[in-house]
Design a protein around this ligand. Structure first.
Ligand SMILES: [Zn+2]
Ligand SMILES: [Zn+2]
Ligand SMILES: [Zn+2]
Length: 151
């Protein structure tokens, strides 16, 4: 460790003084998640407070996008129950999130739940707040209750 000061003059500097900035090496912890492209659904989410209070009644999975009428690849906003198309169609769900900050959406294609704020899928069978709407959507889509995974 070279921590020595250059033995410059201890005399009085006539005008102004030179400030020597000592650069300390700080270790910046880059909290960049656990690498790997492995996509695993999260079992917790900090944004569940924005869930709609009434998810017992939701539009059917064949509901077209409210904005462009696209018939499939749609998402259900779990905050206001709007049905909007995916980022692979006209990005209306994504735009909805950007405009309203409604970050929780359920895919009517595969019933996965996505949180735009977490930027991750959520495990709707583990997160208790999501389970009822997942079940409801499943029944609407398949006409029967989902097979329960033993956790
Ligand atoms: Zn919404
Ligand atoms: Zn759309
Ligand atoms: Zn979240």
């Amino acid at each position: 460790m070279a921590n020595q000061e250059t033995g410059s003059s201890s005399s009085s500097a006539p005008q102004g003084h030179q400030v020597q900035l000592q650069q300390e090496e700080e270790e910046l912890l880059s909290i960049y998640g656990a690498e790997s492209g492995w996509v695993e659904a999260r079992t917790s989410c900090d944004h569940l407070a924005s869930l709609s209070a009434d998810l017992a009644h939701i539009p059917t999975p064949d509901t077209p996008c409210y904005r462009c009428q696209h018939p499939n690849e749609n998402w259900l906003c779990l905050c206001c129950k709007d049905v909007l198309c995916s980022r692979f169609v006209n990005k209306h769900m994504l735009q909805h999130f950007q405009q309203s900050n409604h970050c929780l959406a359920l895919s009517y294609s595969d019933l996965s739940v996505w949180c735009f704020s977490c930027d991750a899928y959520l495990d709707a069978q583990v997160i208790m707040q999501l389970r009822p709407v997942y079940e409801t959507a499943y029944i609407l889509k398949f006409g029967e209750a989902p097979p329960f995974r033993r956790v």
